[in-house]
Design a protein around this ligand. Sequence first.
Ligand code: ZN
Length: 232
Amino acid sequence: MIDTHCHFDMMPEPERYIKEAEERGDIIIGMTNLPSHFRMGMGHVQGFKHIRLALGMHPQLVTPDTIREMTLFKELVDETSYIGEIGLDFSRAFRPNRDMQIDCLRQILAILKGKSKIISVHSCRAEKELLELLTEYETRNVIFHWYSGPLTLIDQILEKGYYFSINEAMCLSKNGSKIIQAVPKDRILLESDAPFNDRCSLKNVRARVGLEEKQLIANFKQLISRLRIPEQ
Ligand SMILES: [Zn+2]
């Protein structure tokens, strides 16, 4: 199994969780919500073969103090090939920080420009704005995590070569099912978003969507093979 969006650093026993996953041969891309979390966690995953840690700056955590975290982001960016969770969140609670979030994301995308990374993005009620920024900065290798935006935007996201990581909760919702149907099978990856998601079984998603493990592995391989292609 390949979990492309998991927050194991927020679990009560992260080391046990990743050790068990490693023993099963599972691959996990662990998100972090702040660069300081990444710095704390990176030493703990270094001995693992299949567990990766992504450098993130969660849009819900953007505050005027983020400037300090962004200094750290710049310092740490070359420590990993994985970036996340980053993005935009314009849902009611976070909308007041909209301009700050955009400013922070612009800084991140500018730092990432010309670097070869796999990037997991959060796009709550801000899908169009996010896609515009990714386009402006010519960001590549993006995975839209738990997409819940308009169906009409999916084709544009696909045209960019981007992927969608889907979870069990999406399969169980009407809107989520429509989104999953609109994405071709070769652009689907799985995610748990654990521990923030009670419906996080990868096995159940695979069964519900009728995806074969072989296909999912091929999709992931296709995406990470781009890490080896130098940027223009
Ligand atoms: Zn997440």
